[in-house]
Design a binder for this molecule. Structure first.
Ligand code: PGA
Length: 257
């Protein structure tokens, strides 16, 4: 059986000292109460990555490290950018691509998401592709076709890397708002996404949910929302809440697949 996956997306929070501290705490918590059904990852800011991977190596913790973003270019005159090869060398194993905050605030369009997914996969890292509709699209009941379109645009032609792609469904209206999608809404979207993934040749990708996940709602979303785990923002910044989400996922992720 495949495992669930819980990723803590720290966004632009925690300097490297704070990042070391949180990493040590999470590693200690998972050492004292290990999980068998969940892979755990954290996604710190770029400047924290080396410190976090060093702590995890020293602690021999089985927590993976993801980056929050990456350039679609290999190297060269791209001031401020970071390449896939640079991340790989630091011990990063996956990259979040196309988070809605990058799409809306930094003009990351579908074409750039697609080329970044390609750069990540060809560079030997796993991609965590974020998709999700805004409130206007949801209210117009166009969310299923919108998200299917995002998947088609990002994943057409890279099915050979199927095992290295995770999809995170993150409705924009639920991110950081405290307004979680209902389990019924999530379950319906999981079906839509898995159907679309299958038609694109992706049969083994995990599909996560993200958007105001917390210690109180995580168990129900796993049980009734049909998800393979979570991409967690705000609640990943505290050991207690992140640990509780990981453990809820471990307890509730039964013999799904
Ligand atoms: P949130 O963020 O858990 O704070 O809503 C989720 C995300 O943006 O990945």
């Amino acid at each position: 059986m495949s495992k669930a996956l819980v990723i803590g997306n720290w966004k632009m929070n925690l300097d490297y000292v704070e990042a070391v501290h949180l990493t040590q705490q999470i590693a200690a918590l998972l050492a004292s109460r290990p999980v068998e059904r969940v892979d755990v990852a954290v996604a710190p800011p770029f400047v924290d990555l080396r410190s976090v991977t060093s702590v995890l190596e020293a602690e021999r913790a089985s927590i993976a490290v993801a980056a929050q973003h990456v350039s679609d270019r290999d190297n060269g005159a791209f001031t401020g950018e970071v390449s896939v090869a640079m991340l790989k060398r630091l011990g990063v194993s996956s990259v979040i691509v196309g988070h809605s905050e990058r799409r809306t605030m930094y003009h990351m369009d579908d074409a750039l998401v697609a080329s970044t997914v390609r750069a990540v996969l060809r560079g030997g890292l796993d991609a965590v592709l974020c998709v999700g509709e805004d409130l206007v699209t949801r209210e117009a009941e166009d969310h299923e076709s919108f998200v299917s379109g995002q998947l088609t645009s990002a994943l057409t032609g890279v099915e050979e890397f199927s095992e290295h792609v995770t999809v995170a469904y993150e409705p924009i209206w639920a991110i950081g708002t405290g307004m979680t999608a209902t389990s019924t809404q999530i379950d319906a979207m999981m079906t839509t996404i898995r159907t679309q993934l299958a038609s694109l040749g992706f049969v083994s990708s995990r599909v996560l949910y993200g958007g105001s996940v917390n210690a109180d709602n995580a168990g129900e979303i796993v049980t009734e929302g049909g998800v393979d785990g979570f991409l967690v923002g705000g609640a990943s910044l505290k050991t207690e809440s992140f640990g509780a989400i990981v453990h809820a996922c471990n307890d509730c992720y039964a013999e799904r697949r």
